[in-house]
Design a protein around this ligand. Sequence first.
Ligand code: ADP
Ligand code: MG
Length: 474
Amino acid sequence: MSNNHIEVWNNCLKVIKDNIAEQSFATWFEPIRPVSLTDGTLLVEVPSSFFVEFLEAHFIDHLRAAIKRFIGPTGKLAYKIRMDSSDPSYTVTLPSSNRNFPKNPIGRPAPETLSQSPINPFAIPGLKKPQIESQLKENYTFDNFVEGDCNRLARSAGLKVAQEPGKTAFNPLLIYSGTGLGKTHLCHAIGLEAKRLHPDLTVLYVQAEQLYNQYATAAKNNNRPDFIRFYQMIDVLIIDDIQFLAGKTGTQEAFFHIFNYLHQNNKQLVITSDKFPTELQNMETRLLSRFKWGLTADLQMPDIETRTFIIKEKLYLNGIVLPDEIIQYLANNVRTNVRELEGVMISLMAQSSLNKKAITIEMTQQIIDRFVRNTIKEVSVEYIINIVCDYFKIPPEQLSLKTRKHQVVQARQIAMFLSKRYSNASLASIGQQCGKKDHATVHHACKTISNRLETDKQFRVMFSDIEKKVTLQS
Ligand code: ADP
Ligand code: MG
């Protein structure tokens, strides 16, 4: 009698198949597995709690009729959620009552909003059972991610999360840094390591932009619930560049549900951002507050020693040898971010092999000048003032005048902002040179300019013209 549950379920399926659309059957019934039949209760395994909701909403009559026919009038159906084996089974007595249902954060979807086939945007074609392509880059490993003071916390938290996904306090793990400092690399490293250690887990790396595009398509086709359901099946979900979702309220809302569901079910979330969470504008506060549940760790620009290690690591990976002198020169002179450091190295190697020339300091310098716009060695405040005043066609002395003339105030604020960004001068010294102001005024000016850069497109265009002059001419 041990296979009785299979026989009973197969009989049920035959009847149901005859009565519903082929596509619906394939989508909602084929993934179901019978588990046992005890005391008139047929236990079946389903991929998610959403499945239970959907089956109950759309096929309850068919299920009820089939169970009644093959088990008897007192027959019951119970569901077990497959994705998380620690989940308890949910017994649903037929006729069903919603009270016993697992919580579904997205609630019961309106029937017309559900498509007949679930979205699996990362399906591996040719395989019957939907499998998820993790989108992980094999060469972005922990081994290749050089450790330094600049990344120690984020790196070790990432490693911990990969070892015990969903089981540490680092959930979500939020990694933030400026561009080119290793967020994406670390994401892939976490994903690869999690997969290596836990081959059964479903790991997915996705850029927030992809998430947004998929959501937009789902919304257009009226199948948001499928979109959400797909992401709720993931065990380790890694979302890169979450700042992309700023202002995208629909996707944020959907992500909120995904987040809650995964978090409640002890699934691991890893999120990166190019801003500190509180600085993410146009992001729902309830989403931001969720990010604080876990750990926020930043990545800084590596110090010279770590930069040297990174260069050596990349050279080693590419099988290339550079004289120590050049390595030191690079580490000393590219101080913007690791991506630019890499860019210079690649150009250097390309140039040298194309021109069949040995790499020299001179050549390195030229390439740095060409490729790393922001690597400015010594920019003085005076130099910046001259460029800004020249741009606005006002004599530099005017910056010291006590005037409320917009043009002058604006020039002074831009000069202060650029000086803070590109000179080594202290706020006090910048203030002194830009019209004998104190450091608080400089601070205020920098804030004003930041705000305008975020909100005023025309201003942004003008500003970047001036900034280019500062960075290119130096
Ligand atoms: P982000 O996503 O923060 O913009 P990336 O992860 O794309 O930055 O990193 C840019 C490049 O710098 C990548 O090629 C990455 O491998 C490299 N990189 C950054 N930090 C490190 C590090 N600590 N060790 C080795 N490579 C690094
Ligand atoms: Mg990135």
